[in-house]
Design a protein around this ligand. Structure first.
Ligand code: FES
Length: 129
């Protein structure tokens, strides 16, 4: 699945200086499947609902040019459709070879059944150590 959005509307994060961009409506994200979202001017994103919580990450696999939204959700991981490498959906960390580099993940908030992500505040698990 995929959808496109323009960068607006934006909402400001509570207290923080983060700018949140509308990503998708919660009804568009089916549990067990990732939704590819195109935000104008950016590489594609993938949105996943895991046990009622929403996660936004880069859609392009760090091992090759695969769309993670076409991959399979396996527990808390998403499996690449090309070579079956996996990433932890919650952190973006690579968990299964041949993926060794984490996916960028973004802070998310949900308001009025709409998912927003702070696209300028992405986090890479590889940088955390
Ligand atoms: S392109 Fe994703 S595991 Fe190779």
């Amino acid at each position: 699945m995929s959808t496109s959005v323009s960068p607006a509307p934006q909402a400001q994060g509570e207290g923080a200086a983060l700018a949140y961009t509308f990503i998708a409506r919660t009804s568009e994200v089916e549990p067990g499947y990732a939704l590819q979202v195109q935000v104008e001017g950016r590489p594609p994103l993938a949105v996943v609902c895991l046990e009622g919580e929403y996660f936004v990450m880069d859609d392009t696999c760090t091992h090759g040019d695969a769309s993670m939204a076409e991959g399979e959700i396996v527990g808390c991981e998403i499996e690449c459709p090309f070579h079956a490498g996996r990433f932890d959906i919650r952190t973006g960390a690579a968990t299964t070879y041949p993926c060794t580099k984490a996916l960028m993940v973004y802070p998310v908030k949900v308001e009025d059944e709409q998912i927003f992500a702070a696209l300028d505040a992405g986090h890479c698990a590889d940088d955390a150590a």
